[in-house]
Design a binder for this molecule. Structure first.
Ligand SMILES: Nc1ncnc2c1ncn2[C@@H]1O[C@H](COP(=O)(O)OP(=O)(O)O)[C@@H](O)[C@H]1O
Ligand SMILES: [Mg+2]
Length: 216
């Protein structure tokens, strides 16, 4: 597998989508072949599953139904899009991936992080991100940023739920310091991006990947 998988994680409004876009631009300018994708979603089927998952009308959704929909979405994403891109040597940047399920369904819904991690392994075919950027902001900071936007089903969850998610993420980061890098997110987008670029640069040079993946 010649490609590189970089994932963005964090609570709602932490800046994942903003930072993923900016990193994508940076790596494209550096000559990498970059694919940006998101979860839930990423494929035609996945986007349909996303509509079900985030529909604020589906308040009756059971936690396990939710988990299996996320996993189904991820399974399709990995096999249809991520693995083929990595085999072609691309840099794949994901706005959420498997850690989101461990944090949201494992910790937020309290289904158990280990239980969710086992199921994650099934659908990711053992694929792990090379680097995960966890953007850390207090839950209320993320919420303020969302402003008056209509909230989706997950965003509508109570503050306690999102606190469990945030704490879950931070616990996971402490256990996987090599892969998961915590970046303080309560700063300007430019400052956050600058830290992320430094982390990515150091990862790439450490792996000697820069030359390999660079277009001529
Ligand atoms: N560092 C930042 N400071 C202030 N506002 C931000 C910052 N990063 C993103 N935003 C804004 O906050 C909102 C949520 O950011 P977004 O990137 O969509 O977060 P996420 O994808 O993690 O939910 C957007 O309106 C975005 O423009
Ligand atoms: Mg987003």
């Amino acid at each position: 597998m010649r490609g590189i998988l970089i994932t963005f994680e964090g609570v709602e409004g932490s800046g994942k989508s903003t930072q993923a876009e900016l990193l994508g631009e940076y790596l494209k300018q550096s000559g990498f072949d970059v694919i940006l994708s998101r979860e839930p979603g990423g494929t035609q089927i996945g986007e349909q599953i996303r509509n079900i998952l985030l529909n604020p009308e589906y308040q009756q959704m059971d936690a396990r139904t939710e988990l299996f929909l996320y996993l189904a979405c991820r399974n399709q994403h990995v096999r249809e899009k991520i693995l083929p891109a990595l085999k072609m040597g691309k840099v794949v940047i994901l706005d959420r991936f498997a850690d989101s399920s461990a944090a949201y369904q494992g910790c937020g819904r309290e289904l158990g992080e280990k239980f969710v991690s086992r199921l994650n392994k099934l659908v990711t075919a053992g694929l792990k991100p090379h680097l995960t950027i966890l953007i850390n902001v207090p839950v209320d900071v993320g919420y303020e940023r969302k402003g008056t936007a209509i909230l989706d089903r997950m965003e509508k969850e109570e503050v306690k739920f999102h606190e469990r998610v945030r704490n879950g993420y931070l616990r996971m980061a402490r256990r996987a310091t090599g892969r998961i890098k915590v970046v303080p997110g309560n700063r300007s987008p430019e400052e956050v991006q600058s830290d992320i670029r430094a982390l990515v640069d150091s990862f790439l040079s450490g792996k000697g990947r820069r030359k390999k993946c660079k277009k001529e």
